[in-house]
Design a protein around this ligand. Sequence first.
Ligand SMILES: C[S@@+](CC[C@H](N)C(=O)[O-])C[C@H]1O[C@@H](n2cnc3c(N)ncnc32)[C@H](O)[C@@H]1O
Length: 221
Amino acid sequence: MKVCTSNKNGAKRIMAAKRYFDRAYEVQNKRETRALYEDWAEVYDQELEEKQYAQPGRCAEVLREMLPDGEARILDVACGTGLSGRALRAHGYAHVEGCDYSPEMLEKAKLSKAYDALFETDLNEPPMDAVDESYDAVTAVGAFSFAHVDPDALEEMIRVLKPGGPLIIGINEKYHDEGRVSAKLESLEAQGKLEVIKKEKGAHLPGADVDGWVIAARKAA
Ligand SMILES: C[S@@+](CC[C@H](N)C(=O)[O-])C[C@H]1O[C@@H](n2cnc3c(N)ncnc32)[C@H](O)[C@@H]1O
């Protein structure tokens, strides 16, 4: 009888999680996106781990190639529950901070113990509470997507990054192909604010057959 109940709950959880994943590509505005993460926070890690979420590891690996210093101070924007911060820790970075606008996701990030500090901020409403040129690197994994972080927020990420510091973006293929992140990066390059160093297509969520891009840029020195 007990086993039956637990199976039923497990099945319910998986069905709900499937709806969250589908909803992530369907949200239309801030209200819907915040509501999605409020609900999703509880089972986000479980679902993404089941779908073999690859972007946090891919992004941390590219950062490691560009910035081998494990003592570097890193800001992980739209950190969510901390999967991206955990990957950075696993790649040897000792000082990772995170920010996100979802209190529910931030609560999970706190429990992950991957971050030295966490703060709540809406990246589409700058400025965030961070000092100019204070981070050695910025990562944005799964941040840019439909009705999520707008590509204009790249300006704010550059503001808090030290000159010459790497900016690593992990982005799903659908949103990448929509073109707004690439267009913003091209415009920032044309203004001499950064240089795109590398763009690599690969796995995003292989368990759901979704590919994605890792884009690595460096702020102008
Ligand atoms: C797909 S999750 C990625 C989380 C984490 N980086 C990861 O790789 O698992 C997207 C995150 O972006 C956050 N987010 C979306 N729009 C945001 C905004 N405008 N400002 C701050 N955070 C935002 C959501 O709350 C959510 O935690």
